[in-house]
Design a protein around this ligand. Structure first.
Ligand SMILES: Nc1ncnc2c1ncn2[C@@H]1O[C@H](COP(=O)(O)OP(=O)(O)O)[C@@H](O)[C@H]1O
Ligand SMILES: [Mg+2]
Length: 224
């Protein structure tokens, strides 16, 4: 995509820059400052890339072009990998997992990765440092993924809208976000013929439950 081309070019140059920095004499007084700037540059480009991906996904969904690449997926391993990604990058987050092994289905790996990332990142972002619980079970013909936190919760009057495009439950929140994560989650889950539900109590916490049919159901309609 045209929006991605400049980001790819920047990333290529950043790789070169990183290599050159590595070869720079550590006695060089500007090295430390360059490394710091380089780190920020890298993180911000990664963030920008993520934002562009999110906006491209919204465009795809709006145009009915969110296509799934189904293959055999081990959701248990996938969810574990996603959780590990969070706990290794931020040692302060506490995520408990209870994942039945070998929960498999015919799903889109990348898209379910996105679903798990969005739900877990929300639980971490809005969890106020509470413990996050991620569970995965199999229920005859279905996989059921639950992400639970003990955080701020969502007020009942905002709850019906959190899956809508650009909707945030708290305006001007100190926590950054576009309000697109849950919209994309719902669209991906529905494209798989599944459903996503939420239960929340203010100041007590929030639980999201994703239910996915293990086998592709012909009634999904949203595929191309
Ligand atoms: N686990 C959670 N606890 C409390 N509020 C949540 C949680 N997950 C989502 N929300 C609320 O729902 C809104 C929509 O979520 P999302 O679509 O992921 O957007 P954002 O980019 O704001 O994270 C958030 O802005 C937040 O107000
Ligand atoms: Mg979010």
């Amino acid at each position: 995509h045209e929006l991605k081309t400049p980001i790819t070019a920047i990333n290529l140059q950043l790789q070169i820059l990183g290599r050159l920095l590595g070869q720079t004499d550590s006695g060089n007084p500007v090295k430390e400052r360059m490394e710091k700037a380089f780190g920020t540059f890298n993180r911000q480009v990664t963030k920008l890339n993520g934002l562009v991906d999110t906006l491209l996904d919204v465009t795809r969904i709006k145009n009915g072009k969110l296509s799934l690449e189904r293959k055999d997926v081990d959701l248990s391993s996938l969810v574990k990998e996603v959780v590990d990604r969070f706990t290794t990058t931020d040692k302060t987050v506490e995520i408990r997992t209870n994942l039945s092994p070998g929960v498999r289905g015919s799903w889109d790996l990348q898209r379910l990765d996105q679903v798990a990332v969005n739900l877990v990142s929300n639980a971490v972002k809005y969890g106020n440092g509470s413990q996050v619980n991620v569970t995965l079970i199999r229920e005859e013909g279905f996989a059921k993924l639950t992400v639970k936190d003990g955080g701020s919760g969502i007020s009942p009057d905002r709850l019906p809208y959190i899956f809508d495009r650009f909707e945030r439950a708290v305006e001007n929140s100190s926590v950054q976000g576009l309000g697109l994560g849950l919209y994309i989650v719902k669209q991906i889950v529905q494209a798989h013929g599944g459903s996503v539900n939420v239960e929340s109590r203010e100041n007590e916490g929030t639980t999201f439950v994703v239910t996915l049919p293990a086998v592709a159901t012909p009634a999904t309609g949203a595929e191309s």
